[in-house]
Design a protein around this ligand. Structure first.
Ligand code: MN
Length: 512
């Protein structure tokens, strides 16, 4: 373990960058000195590995340093003032953000999963916080076997339901796949083994066909004078194969993309040339030609997909993309926070489009944006600061689309989540999602009707609050109850949710 391993992964860091990372490395190593992980390794190994994952994703000096320091507030008792003094406001902001996210807990309530995912994004404020948290989680998943058994399943479920989908929506497939497959074995051990065996058999058969077909493709394309290509293949990751099997009556013969052939070309227009040339030789399966260049997936994925009959009784999926699209498909949003390179808009005809999170941009959710943060500085991601957020403007564009992925996405946007919902915490960190302007009364009834019916007081962020106080996003609310207390007809004025109103009416009428 040495700081050089991290520096080596970076794209030509300056002396200043190296100095900052060395300083963060030494600081974190000292801060965690007396601590050990469940594995028995020094705690600092975790900070180091998290920073390494960030460097591999191509993130910059600030994020890597924050990765090294991400647990020192919570686990090593270092004061925020010390971090600010030693490393500046921006790094402190990132470390505090990661610490805050760590306090959110997942309890597997189906109906809250989507809210929780949105909350993670909203709480992050800066997407770098989320990427650091994802890297932290990846290392925790890689070492989950050392964690006490009773904790493993909760952590793995949380990863599968919250973190892996977030990595997917941010377009970071590299993290998404590993998070999924690592959790899969803990959450569904039996299905994991079954899927693994199934894939093993199928992969062997398919690989032979694919290698043969890959040669035919190269020959075929050469006839059309397309020679500047490379081919490659990818194997579907276990968890997404498992998900697909469920949708296809567990019939592996109905899945054509367990192995997919990839053709990488220099320019966007070459993608279409290659597609044309392939279709001229091999007959495509109807309904499986996807133009994700003209209509990218909501997570920003670009490329052309087609599935063809190979002529010898086999069916193969082909994915055509440029090197740039290929890189973005693995690294997604992370590539936009890269140290120097900014792949976005470099070439014509291809602009990243990670629409899902545009709606979570901090400037219109949480007031003042943080200065000097790429998430705010880059207009590509939306929030122009004032007025109509870009994602609202983009809706007009989306509505012209007839791509099912995007239609579903529009419906999602139309629910206009953050404009009318707030997230409130119980003192234990559970999240309750309520309509805007809700009061402690609504919160109490959302937890349980008994809590509402016997409420005598409420504390908001540790201070006593009135029953009509309007709750704010992120408030921590504690309800004080007494067996002899009962609802008052006046409460109806303060209640916002139908559920609270119904219970108050019921309780008041019941007393008469
Ligand atoms: Mn950590």
């Amino acid at each position: 373990m040495s700081v050089e391993e991290i520096l080596k992964l970076m794209d030509s860091p300056t002396e200043e960058d190296k100095e900052l990372i060395r300083k963060a490395y030494n600081f974190a190593e000292t801060a965690h000195q007396s601590q050990k992980r469940y594995s028995g390794e020094p705690y600092f190994v975790h900070a180091f590995e998290t920073a390494k994952i960030l460097a591999e994703l191509g993130l910059g000096t600030i994020s890597i340093s924050a990765g090294l320091l991400h647990d020192i507030l919570e686990d090593a008792g270092v004061k925020p003032e010390t971090i600010e003094k030693e490393f500046g406001k921006e790094i402190l902001f990132l470390v505090e953000g990661v610490t805050k996210l760590g306090k959110l807990r997942y309890h597997g309530a189906e109906r809250h999963i989507e809210s929780l995912r949105k909350l993670f994004v909203a709480m992050s404020q800066d997407l770098r916080v989320l990427i650091i948290k994802l890297s932290d989680r990846l290392h925790n998943m890689r070492t989950l076997q050392y964690v006490p058994k009773e904790k493993q399943k909760r952590i793995a479920s949380e990863t599968l339901e919250i973190y892996a989908p977030l990595a997917y929506r941010l377009g970071i497939r590299k993290l998404n796949r590993e998070l999924e497959d690592l959790s899969f074995s803990y959450v569904y051990p039996k299905e994991y083994e079954e899927t693994k065996n199934l894939l093993k058999q199928k992969k062997k058969e398919d690989l032979e066909h694919l290698e043969k077909f890959s040669k035919s493709i190269k020959k075929g394309l050469a006839k059309s004078e397309i020679t500047n290509i490379t081919t490659d293949y990818r194997v579907k990751n276990l968890y997404s194969l498992f998900q697909k099997l469920k949708r296809k009556d567990n019939d592996i013969e109905k899945i054509y993309d367990i192995l997919a052939l990839r053709v990488i070309v220099p320019e966007v227009e070459d993608c279409y040339k290659v597609l044309g040339a392939i279709h001229a030789i091999w007959r495509p399966l109807p309904g499986r030609i996807k133009d994700y260049i003209a209509f990218p997936k909501p997570n920003g994925y670009h490329g052309l997909h087609t599935t063809v009959f190979t002529g010898d009784g086999n069916i193969v999926e082909i994915q055509i993309r440029t090197q740039e699209m290929h890189h973005d498909a693995e690294y997604g949003i992370a590539s936009h926070f890269a140290y120097k390179k900014n792949t976005l808009g470099k070439k014509s005809g291809y602009v990243g489009n990670m629409a899902w999170f545009k709606q979570f941009l901090p400037s219109f959710i949480f007031g003042e944006p943080i200065k000097d943060s790429p998430a705010n500085a880059t207009t590509v991601y939306g929030a122009s600061g004032k007025g109509v957020p870009n994602w609202v403007k983009d809706l007009a564009q989306f509505e012209k689309s007839d791509n099912p992925d995007q239609i579903e996405f529009i419906d999602n946007l139309k629910t206009d989540f953050f404009s009318n919902r707030i997230f409130i915490f119980t003192p234990k960190g559970d999240v309750i999602d309520l309509p805007i302007d809700s009061s402690p009364i609504d919160f109490a009834y959302a937890i349980h009707s008994d809590i509402g019916n016997h409420m005598t007081g409420a504390k908001v962020n540790g201070k006593m609050a009135s029953f009509d106080q309007k709750l704010q996003n992120g408030d921590i609310v504690e309800i004080i109850t007494k067996e002899s207390a009962h609802p008052n007809i006046k409460w109806l004025e303060f209640a916002k949710t139908t559920m609270a109103k119904k219970h108050i009416k019921g309780a008041v009428e019941g007393k008469k």
